[in-house]
Design a protein around this ligand. Structure first.
Ligand SMILES: [Zn+2]
Ligand SMILES: [Zn+2]
Length: 341
């Protein structure tokens, strides 16, 4: 089976704000103004067995149409923010019209992410067949799809209900999409399962901590990549278990949710809980790292560190990881890039 990752976009919510420029993103290439989104495809002897869309923000449709120009089998959402959902309507409406307004389109997400998305696009409720993801519970994607999907909860701030990282597994491959996050909410056994993942597509919004963005940073601080700087330390000191779990709406959830979080609570330790990409990499040591969603705005504003261009970010990441003995292969993706897995 041939697996491929198709990169529709690699951008954060607003890669180039109007009236500005950004050293990382080419404002003259509209593909580079797209938000981070991908298709995962599996084909066998030339025929497509699976075509899964993972998040769908600005520019996803343009990339899909100018690429393979077919309707993906389903959409899997990490969370409900606009830069991950703006293209959902176009995909769903294409399917609805293609099937003479008789078939509903499959969307996989946690219940909270789905409710959040419907607040932005209430008309889609009648056009979508919602397939619920429950934290830590693996479900096969339906149809001829060879992937098993598991959602793991993450913390991406109080305003991001139900946010999750998504793990796709198929014969001998583990492919993880972190979505946006400030910290993953994983049990010890989950780290074991993620160990040596073949691919981790990771939120790399900032190089250095500024937790009020609700994104983790790549390193712990400009001084030392594995040490948490004072901004991050004082933020973590104020974080409570209730803060971290409130976006998962625990009182509303059913038993399997409660079981996941009660196990997590038993093992909870803020000193080993990852709050940076580096801390996460040290725990799971993936084979290939694909950093996305880069902004760098807070590095410049609060740490007086440069926003980097593509070559600069790549060599900084490589150098930072190597200095701590982290040896994953690094691939900074381009929009439209197809990566064989
Ligand atoms: Zn985002
Ligand atoms: Zn987000």
């Amino acid at each position: 089976m041939e697996l491929k990752l198709h990169v529709h976009g690699r951008g954060n919510a607003w890669p180039v704000p109007l009236g500005e420029t950004h050293p990382f993103y080419n404002r003259n290439d509209c593909r580079d103004l797209s938000n981070a989104a991908y298709s995962l495809t599996a084909s066998e002897q030339g025929s497509m067995r699976a075509d899964v869309l993972i998040d769908a923000g600005h520019g996803t449709i343009q990339s899909l149409i100018s690429g393979r120009n077919r309707i993906p089998d389903c959409i899997c959402l990490t969370h409900g923010h606009m830069d991950h959902t703006l293209s959902v309507d176009w995909v769903v409406q294409s399917f609805w019209r293609h099937h003479e307004k008789k078939r509903l389109y499959p969307v996989y997400a946690t219940a909270s992410v789905y409710r959040f998305m419907l607040k932005s696009y209430p008309h889609l409720e009648k056009l979508i067949e919602f397939r619920e993801l429950i934290p830590g519970v693996t479900r096969p994607l339906e149809g001829s799809n060879p992937f098993n999907l598991t959602a793991y909860p993450v913390y991406h701030g109080q305003g991001a209900a139900g946010s999750s990282m998504l793990l796709f597994e198929t014969v001998g491959k583990k492919l993880l999409f972190t979505g946006d996050l400030l910290s993953p909410l994983l049990r010890n056994g989950d780290y074991e399962r993620l160990m040596n993942a073949d691919l981790v597509v990771a939120d790399a919004n900032n190089r250095y901590p500024w937790p009020r963005t609700n994104h983790w940073s790549f390193a712990g601080g400009p001084e030392s990549p594995m040490e948490r700087d004072s901004t991050l330390r004082s933020f973590i000191e104020t974080l409570s278990w209730e803060d971290l779990t409130a976006p998962h709406e625990l009182p509303l959830q059913e038993e399997s949710f409660i079981n996941y979080f009660s196990q997590l609570k038993k093992e909870w330790d803020l000193s080993t809980q990852p709050f940076t990409v580096m801390e996460f990499l040290r725990k799971i040591d993936p084979k290939l790292l694909v950093p996305v969603h880069y902004s760098g705005a807070e590095d410049s504003r609060y740490h007086r560190e440069k926003i980097l261009d593509g070559a600069g970010l790549r060599s900084w990441i490589e150098h930072t990881m190597k200095s701590e003995g982290l040896l994953s292969e690094i691939l900074l993706p381009l929009p439209g890039q197809v990566i064989p897995l």
